[in-house]
Design a protein around this ligand. Structure first.
Ligand code: SAH
Length: 527
């Protein structure tokens, strides 16, 4: 049924929602397409598979339903029939549904079956293709699937059934003769049998071959060898390897030494949990991902509009009577400027004011509106700001725009020399729990680092962590990276060791501390 037809029909009955089958890519959340991100942003319900990174679910609205339809550890997968029926039911409730699938929906993903079912049920659908593992995971492992000097063809093959099994419908003699790269999906279990079948049918035993596990994630592992010895090499690695895995066979595998860019990134293999307020920019995660880390995000604090904007509105109406406007966070800047606009005014209202920002992050948010901070203290904390401001504001009138809760130090210190008014520009509310996907990874011991960007966040984290994860932090298995000595002190007072501390107390400073630690570890391993 076409979209037009669906609309026509829905004009007669209740509206039927659109189902969008979105390819999530092989692991790295950055490999989702823009069309995929847009569909997620509009979704009322997201039905996702186990191969989907939790970070992608953050792209859906906070209120959207997130429904897991994959295979939990040790449990049976949700039957395909149930998934199909679920998609139809959600659409008939009038919801915009995203069916988020690993890799590409149509490459060994049963996406076509779901789309056919939707068609037959009269539910409109669209497909957003994704980067399939055979292309994405291989690139991250340094294996080009084609190469002008090596191969001009590539075949994607399912290794789900063992060669010779009655369910196996592959033409193995043809595969053994295939003049190009063979990429086997789901081939981990039958690796030995696939390799020996190919050799038995005449494929040279010296053909380069590799197993790529969890490509494009922090757990990416690649074992390479030849068709004849790859199964033994994989066996020797033991538990370090596991599904999802691709078997790649062909001369292109030998190119890996020069092309494995991802495994050479400084934070490759590290899983970092970023604790930060909801609604803050995605940039801090992207900073770490560019360096090769896998990033999980857990919001502890939510940034909300103030319940009563009256005091802020009144201060904005009296801006003429102030000399300095002081911001202690980027959120404060955004909320205050938004309010000026909402009140029908513009940046000229600030024209006569001197502006102070607690640090470069806050100054950057001012900069996005082409405003330059007149003052950024040398040390980016309330104490530093108070000390730098005191001589400048003596006898003047100061407006502090900040969160509804936080330290009162600035008001008290500046109040000794100036006339100070403080308004809440936004509200900080505690998150009630960590996302389930994050809790699972923490409890399985799959997180290497947690970043702490304030003492408030340290104590919130302490309250939110499940017992087992709290113990892993106490014992140092999950390590803490702190933004400043004050934050480190807060962590220590909770009984937690701090493994890295930023020397410059900013986010880039914290990233640098993680990089230093990673290179020290590499040196230690290399020596
Ligand atoms: N639709 C998916 C494939 C689903 S079948 C796609 O287009 O990629 C699941 C198989 O995909 C796994 O058994 C494995 O062979 C492969 N796979 C998925 N993600 C992978 C990854 N990150 N690294 C290696 N193989 C992966």
């Amino acid at each position: 049924m076409s979209l037009e037809e669906a609309r026509r029909r829905s004009a007669e009955g209740p509206p039927v929602g659109l189902v969008t089958l979105v390819g999530a890519g092989p692991g790295d959340p950055g490999l989702l397409t823009r069309a995929g991100a847009e569909a997620l942003g509009r979704a009322d319900a997201v039905v996702y598979d186990q191969l989907v990174q939790s970070r992608l679910l953050d792209l859906a609205r906070p209120g959207a339903d997130r429904i897991f339809a994959g295979k939990s550890r040790g449990k049976c997968p949700v039957p395909q029939g149930e998934i199909n029926a679920l998609l139809v039911r959600l659409a008939r409730e009038g919801k915009a549904v995203v069916r988020l699938k690993g890799g590409d929906p149509y490459v060994f993903g049963r996406g076509a079956e779901e789309a056919e079912y939707l068609h037959d049920a009269g539910v409109p659908f669209r497909i957003v293709p994704g980067v399939t593992a055979g292309v994405g995971a291989t690139s991250y492992a340094g294996i080009p699937v084609t190469h002008r000097e090596a191969t001009s063809a590539v075949a994607f093959v399912t290794g789900h059934n063992e060669p010779g099994d009655p369910a196996d419908r592959l033409d193995w003699p043809a595969l053994a003769r295939f003049p190009g790269t063979l990429v086997f999906y789901m081939g981990f279990r039958h690796l030995g049998s696939i390799c020996s079948t190919l050799v038995g049918l005449g494929k040279p035993p010296g053909t380069p071959a590799a197993l790529v596990c969890s490509g494009s994630t922090a757990s990416q592992r690649t074992v390479s060898g030849r068709l004849a010895d790859l199964p033994d090499r994989v066996e020797n690695e033991g538990d370090r390897l596991g599904a999802p895995a691709l078997l790649v066979v062909g001369d292109v595998v030998a190119r890996r030494d020069r092309l494995r860019w991802f495994e050479r990134l400084p934070l490759f293999g590290r899983v970092v949990l970023l604790i930060r307020p909801i609604g803050e920019s995605d940039r801090s995660a992207a900073d770490l991902e560019r360096l090769g880390a896998e990033v999980l995000v857990a919001p502890t604090v939510q940034i909300l509009p103030v319940g009563d904007a009256g005091p802020m509105d009144s201060a904005i109406a009296r801006l003429d009577s102030f000399d300095w406007l002081v911001f202690t966070s980027g959120n404060g800047v955004s909320a205050f400027l938004d309010r000026i606009e909402a009140l029908g005014r513009d940046l000229r209202a600030l024209g006569h004011l001197k502006l102070a920002a607690i640090g470069p992050g806050t100054a950057e948010v001012l900069g996005r509106s082409r405003l330059r901070a007149d003052l950024i203290p040398a040390s980016f904390r309330s104490e530093g700001l108070a000390e730098a401001l005191r001589p400048l504001v003596a006898g003047r009138r100061v407006l502090l725009a900040r969160a509804d809760r936080g330290r009162d130090l600035l008001r008290e210190e500046l109040g000794e020399v100036a006339e100070v008014e403080q308004v809440a520009a936004y509200r900080n509310a505690d998150a009630e729990a960590l996302p389930k996907t994050v809790v699972d990874r923490l409890e399985r011991g799959e997180v290497d680092w947690i970043t702490l960007t304030s003492s408030a966040i340290a104590s919130r984290l302490h309250g939110l962590l499940p017992d087992r994860a709290r113990q892993l932090v106490s014992s140092g298995s999950i390590r803490l990276a702190s933004i400043s000595p004050v934050t480190s002190e807060a962590a220590r007072s909770l009984g937690w060791p701090v493994a890295a501390e930023a020397s410059e107390h900013t986010w880039p400073g914290l990233v640098r501390a993680l990089l230093d630690e990673a290179s020290a570890t590499k040196d230690a391993e290399g020596s």
